[in-house]
Ligand binder design. Structure first.
Ligand code: SF4
Length: 416
């Protein structure tokens, strides 16, 4: 019996390719090998892994997760950073991934290998075939060059990927390709971590959802993702000074940028139940002083008034007449994406709600183990359609996921 090790780079490329391999080699043992040290950043690597695993699990194919040896990859492509896609850097990148796959195939006693990289319309089939055959020969195994794209392969891949709601990356994977693709942008969002948590619309938030989905599907539970777009907001940099002293602060979501430096004086302080609001002699910028220690603040409803709001803790001495100075750079993304995840039948009478995002400092979040425990404990009830677990996205910026969920299923649920 043939034993085939399949190098896998992502779930989308694997979803049809693995079926095709099963079809062409029905009596063979097939094992996946996810090996992508080229992927940047690591959260993206984890996302591609979880989606690969989801595809393999759905087909009953075991998949090994390779090492994320990024340093070695960077060392090997040194000198080729500026090459275009499909150039010399890509050949080395394929070489690294396929050679490690051939080596592992040999170690595991497999006699054949292939790669789902040949699925991608952006990759050169002949180049991959040559590299695959060369490295396989070196380890005394055979390389199967499979024409996954032929016979409507791309359409089948797109169809299946849509059906399984797979994460579809929009760049090949490495930092150098990404630099080229995002040329002209002031910042490359994929390479910047905007906080320690899972901010709405981030890769971290999506990874959280995909990990839960993978867990639930492995318990045989039906899952549906409800994707939605919203106006995303990120803080790039901020400075606040009282007198001449910098002050520890946070910024309320959806605060707009300040041009240059804003200098003013506090002219009014109003006390509310949970905070003081200080207004300035010029501009609509406000200072909120919490009646607690400094923390990030989430929004109950989306905020359409985008005047900048700086937040300080109770230890700061705010006084009328005090001079203040602000700098603020923020960014809006009109096409940020988030998603709700529904595990089980949405018509089930009982529902348990969680949310997937956190504030930038990681607070107000739910621990994934808590969600997995609830799913695991209630799996029979979920199967029997007595209970559904719903994970809502983009909560901290105004409960947007909840609104999207209610718009579609509103007459059937009450969310506490
Ligand atoms: S563009 Fe893609 S194939 Fe080329 S080096 Fe980067 S990750 Fe590898």
């Amino acid at each position: 019996m043939d034993k085939i090790l399949v190098h896998i780079c992502c779930g989308v490329d694997a979803v049809w390719a693995l079926r095709k391999i099963k079809e062409e080699f029905p009596d063979s043992q097939i094992k996946g090998f996810f090996y992508d040290p080229n992927i940047h950043p690591e959260e993206e690597y984890e996302l591609r892994w979880i989606e690969t695993k989801r595809v393999c699990d759905s087909l009953g194919i075991e998949c090994i997760k390779g090492e994320y040896d990024l340093d070695n990859w960077l060392e090997r492509v040194k000198g080729y950073e500026n090459e275009p896609e499909r150039g010399e850097r890509c050949s080395i990148c394929h070489d690294i991934r396929l050679e490690r796959s051939a080596q592992l195939a040999k170690e595991l006693g497999f006699n054949k290998m292939t790669t789902v990289l040949m699925m991608s319309p952006k990759k050169d089939f002949e180049v991959l075939k040559n590299i695959g055959e060369t490295v396989a020969r070196k380890y005394g195994i055979e390389f199967e060059a499979i024409e996954f794209r032929k016979g409507g392969g791309i359409e089948k891949m797109n169809q299946l990927s849509k059906q399984q709601q797979l994460y579809h990356q929009n760049y090949c994977g490495c930092i150098y390709g990404l630099f080229k693709q995002r040329q002209g942008l002031e910042i490359i969002p994929e390479l910047v971590s905007f906080g320690k948590g899972r901010i709405p619309g981030s890769r971290e938030e999506l990874l959280f959802i995909k990990q839960i989905r993978s867990f639930a599907e492995n318990l045989g539970l039906p899952c549906v993702e409800q994707s939605f777009e919203f106006i995303g907001w990120r803080i790039i940099s901020s400075i606040m000074k009282l007198g001449k002293q910098p002050v520890p602060h946070t910024v309320l979501p959806y605060s707009s940028s300040i041009k240059g430096i804003l200098r003013g004086k506090i002219v009014d302080i109003t006390e509310l139940e949970d905070k003081f609001i200080a207004k300035l002699n010029k501009s609509n910028t406000q200072i909120w002083q919490l009646k607690s220690n400094l923390k990030e603040v989430s929004l109950e409803k989306p905020r359409f008034l985008t005047n900048p709001v700086f937040i300080v803790g109770q230890d700061i001495n705010l006084e009328i007449g005090k001079k203040v100075e602000f700098q603020l750079k923020t960014e809006f993304d009109p096409q940020a994406k988030s998603q709700n995840l529904i595990i089980g039948d949405v018509n089930s009478e009982q529902k348990i709600f969680f949310h997937s995002d956190t504030l930038p400092d990681g607070t107000e979040g739910v621990d994934i183990s808590e969600v997995l425990m609830v799913i695991s404990k209630n799996k029979e009830k979920i199967k029997d359609k007595q209970l559904a677990v719903v994970v809502l996205g983009a909560k901290t910026v105004g409960n947007i996921g909840k609104d999207v969920f209610l718009q579609e299923y509103g007459n059937r649920v009450v969310i506490q």
